[in-house]
Design a protein around this ligand. Structure first.
Ligand code: RTP
Ligand code: MG
Length: 142
């Protein structure tokens, strides 16, 4: 039997303020493109507070939430819609685990460039449902 081609998905990627400040935008976009994923939308901006709050609403009440909001709004970030077969999981694979030292392995974006759990360079949606919600939040015109 022939395998069916994987369904096309879209995922929301953020290149977080730490990665923009450190000059990793080109490196991270290159890894996304080399994987075979496509950029469907791309924007450099400082995240408005309301967008940051809604984006990380699932973490409201956690001890790191106030600091996370401060960090994610602290400077320009790059928001992108990335698409391709299994794009959600494919980008999470490129990113590596949340903690760049304990979880992300070398060869991943966080494993190669990160040291801190908060300043971990990138965000990628964790499911197709999250991606739909996050794309509507960051790119309402799409
Ligand atoms: P993201 O949502 O940014 O793609 O990251 P993730 O799924 O790998 O991790 P998640 O659990 O959703 O956490 C969101 C972001 O919050 C910061 N964080 N800090 N200090 C801490 O213990 C802690 N835990 C999480 C990180 O920036 C993480 O990416
Ligand atoms: Mg997450």
């Amino acid at each position: 039997m022939t395998e069916q081609p994987a369904t096309q998905e879209r995922t929301l990627v953020l290149i977080k303020p730490d990665a923009v400040a450190r000059g990793y935008v080109g490196e991270i976009l290159a890894r996304i493109e080399r994987k075979g994923l496509r950029l469907a939308a791309l924007e450099l901006k400082v995240a408005p507070n309301e967008v940051a709050q809604q984006h990380y609403a699932e973490h409201e009440g956690r001890p790191f939430y106030p600091s996370l909001l401060e960090f994610i709004t602290s400077g320009p970030l790059v928001a992108a819609v990335v698409e391709g077969p299994r794009a959600v999981a494919a980008f999470r694979q490129l990113a590596g685990g949340t903690d760049p030292v304990e979880k992300a392995i070398p060869g991943t974006i966080r494993g190669d460039f990160g040291l801190e759990t908060q300043e971990n360079l990138v965000h990628g949606s964790d499911s197709v449902e999250s991606a739909e919600r996050e794309i509507a939040l960051w790119f309402p015109a799409l």
